[in-house]
Design a protein around this ligand. Structure first.
Ligand code: SF4
Length: 485
C-alpha cells in the first residue's frame, strides 16, 4: 500500500503535498518522494526522494529546490523490494515530461514485462517495479504532442486494457497539469478535493484518502469513481470521465485496518464502519450468551470497534494495552523477526487490571497471528482468568494479489484451520471472527473485494499465481526483484 497526493495551481505546492503525505504516512513508511514542476521553465522538474518517514526525508533545504505550482507526492510501503531506494516514487519520464505515483499491485506484471520490455526492440526497465512499467506503458500509449484530457483519455483506456490488478494512479505533466485514475474494479481508493483560495480561485487536488485533503483545507472532497479519469489543468479546469468499469470492488481491508479513521472512502466513513463492525460482532456474542468483565482494544485500529462492543454488551471498556507511540506499525515491517521484536517493544499491559478477569480482547484482524500470540502471552502473565479474542475482520484465508502484504496462504493463521485450532495456536480460550455478512452489513455494501476472505477475486489472478511463486522464491533466496506499492 502507498499514499498518494497531487495538487496544482498553488504556490508552495510542495509544502501542501508534504503535509498531505504526513497524513498518509500510515499507508507506507519505507520512503517518500515529492516531484514538482516549475511551469515558468517548461519541463523543469524537481524531485526529492528518500528512505524513511516523510518528516525525515524532507528538510527546509528540500523545499528550496522543490519549486513550482504543481506537485506530486508518494509515501511507500512495498510488498517486495523494500530496501531498494531505486524503487521509491514518484517515477519520472524526463523525455515525455510525465511523473507518476501508484498505489496497488499489477498482477500481470511479469507477463507484461516479458512481452513488452524485455524484447530486443525495447529498452529494459531501470528497476523491477510495476509502477515504472505503468509509467512506461502510459508514455507509450500517449499520442505525440501535448498531454491533455483527450490525449490522456485514449492512453488510459489503452492502458486499462493491458493491466490486470489494482491501481490508483496520479500523474504530473510538464505543463503543470495533474491527472489521476482508478482501476476498473475500484480496488484502491482515490479522492478529489476543491479548495477556495484567498484570491477567489479554486485549487484541486487528488489523494488516496480524504484526511490528507481535509487537513489541507479542502472542504469539498469526493471519491474518484471506479475506472474514472480525472484531469485537472494548471488553470483549474477539471474534466472527468469513467473510462471503464468491470465491477465495483473496493478493498474491505481499507475500512477494517488500513485507512485513517478520520477518512471517508467511497462515501462510507471509516469511523462509522469500524463502529458498526463492533456492534455487529457484539450482537453475535449476545446470541451465544458470551460475556466478560472487561473489553480491551488492541491499539490503535480496533479502538472504535471495541468501544462499540463494550457499549452494545454493557461491559466496561478499558485501555489496558498501552502502545509505545514511537514504534511503527508492525504489520508493514519487513520480515517476521522484526515484526515480532516490534510487537514486544510496542505494547505493554496494565498488569494488575487483568488479574483474575475474563477479558474480551478486540483486534481489527488476525493475519499471521504474531501480534495476537504476543499480546495473549502478556495478558496471561498478568493473571487474566479468561481470554476471548474478537476479530472485527472475518478469517483471512487467501492471498492478496492487490498490494496487501499477506501473499502466501500458508502465512495466514486462519488458512485451513478451524476456530478451535486457531484459538489453540494463539493461546486463547476462544477466538470469534466477524462473519462475511456482518462485514457487509457494517460496511453497508454488497460490492466489495473479498478475495482474501473467499478466494474469489474481482480480476483474473492466473498470472498472479506466478507472481506469488516468484515472490516466494525471491524471498527465500534473499533477492528482492519485483516491487509493488
Ligand atoms: S484480497 Fe483482501 S486485502 Fe486484497 S484487495 Fe481484496 S479485500 Fe483487500
Amino acid at each position: 500500500m502507498c499514499g498518494l497526493i497531487a495538487i496544482t495551481g498553488t504556490p508552495g505546492s510542495a509544502y501542501d503535498v508534504f503535509f498531505g503525505l504526513m497524513n498518509l504516512q500510515h499507508r507506507g513508511q519505507d520512503g517518500a518522494g515529492i516531484l514538482t514542476i516549475d511551469t515558468k521553465k517548461k519541463g523543469n522538474f524537481h524531485l526529492t526522494k528518500g528512505s524513511g518517514l516523510v518528516e525525515n526525508v524532507f528538510s527546509e533545504r528540500s523545499f528550496k529546490t522543490l519549486t513550482g505550482h504543481a506537485a506530486l507526492g508518494h509515501s511507500r510501503y512495498a510488498t517486495v523490494g523494500r530496501n531498494d531506494p531505486n524503487m521509491l516514487q514518484p517515477f519520472l519520464d524526463y523525455d515525455r515530461g510525465l511523473g507518476l505515483g501508484h498505489n496497488g499491485n499489477i498482477v500481470n506484471f511479469y507477463k507484461l514485462r516479458e512481452e513488452l520490455y524485455h524484447s530486443k526492440t525495447r529498452k529494459p526497465l531501470w528497476v523491477e517495479s510495476d509502477s515504472e512499467l505503468m509509467l512506461k506503458l502510459l508514455c507509450d500509449e500517449l499520442e505525440p504532442g501535448p498531454i491533455d484530457f483527450q490525449n490522456a483519455q485514449g492512453a488510459v483506456k489503452r492502458l486499462m486494457s493491458k493491466l490486470v490488478g489494482s491501481y490508483s494512479v496520479i500523474c504530473l505533466t510538464g505543463e503543470g497539469d495533474i491527472f489521476g485514475f482508478r482501476d476498473p474494479d475500484g480496488i484502491r481508493p482515490l479522492c478529489l478535493g476543491r479548495r477556495m483560495q484567498e484570491d477567489g480561485s479554486t485549487v484541486y487536488a487528488l489523494a488516496s484518502e480524504s484526511i490528507a485533503l481535509n487537513f489541507l483545507g479542502f472542504t469539498d472532497v469526493e471519491d474518484v469513481q471506479t475506472g474514472e479519469l480525472v484531469y485537472i489543468s494548471k488553470g483549474g479546469v477539471i474534466e472527468r470521465k469513467v473510462i471503464r468499469q468491470d465491477s465495483i470492488s473496493p478493498c474491505m481491508f481499507e475500512w477494517v485496518y488500513f485507512a485513517r479513521v478520520e477518512s471517508e472512502i467511497d462515501e462510507t466513513s471509516v469511523y462509522n464502519a469500524r463502529f458498526k463492525l463492533g456492534q455487529v460482532l457484539a450482537r453475535q456474542l449476545q446470541k451465544e450468551n458470551i460475556s466478560a468483565d472487561v473489553v480491551v482494544p488492541v491499539p490503535e485500529t480496533s479502538r472504535v470497534s471495541a468501544i462499540a462492543v463494550a457499549e452494545t454488551l454493557g461491559i466496561p471498556f478499558r485501555e489496558l494495552l498501552i502502545k509505545n507511540r514511537y514504534v511503527n506499525r508492525t504489520f508493514i515491517l519487513d520480515d517476521q523477526e522484526s515484526r515480532q521484536e516490534a510487537i514486544r517493544r510496542k505494547l505493554f499491559p496494565i498488569g494488575h487490571e487483568f488479574e483474575g478477569k475474563s477479558c474480551l480482547i478486540v483486534d481489527d484482524s488476525i493475519v499471521r497471528g504474531n501480534t495476537s500470540m504476543q499480546i495473549v502471552k502478556l495478558i496471561r502473565l498478568a493473571g487474566a482468568k479468561e481470554v476471548i479474542l474478537l476479530s472485527t475482520c472475518p478469517p483471512l484465508v487467501s492471498p492478496c494479489y492487490y498490494g496487501i502484504d499477506f501473499p502466501s496462504a500458508k502465512e495466514l493463521v486462519a488458512h485451513d484451520r478451524t476456530n478451535d485450532e486457531i484459538a489453540e495456536i494463539l493461546g486463547v480460550d476462544r477466538v470469534i471472527f466477524q462473519t462475511i455478512s456482518g462485514l457487509k452489513e457494517a460496511l453497508e455494501s454488497e460490492t466489495l473485494c473479498l478475495g482474501c476472505l473467499t478466494g474469489e477475486y474481482p480480476t483474473d489472478i492466473s498470472s498472479g499465481r506466478d507472481f506469488e511463486a516468484m515472490r516466494t522464491r525471491d524471498r527465500e533466496s534473499g533477492v528482492k526483484k519485483h516491487s509493488s506499492c
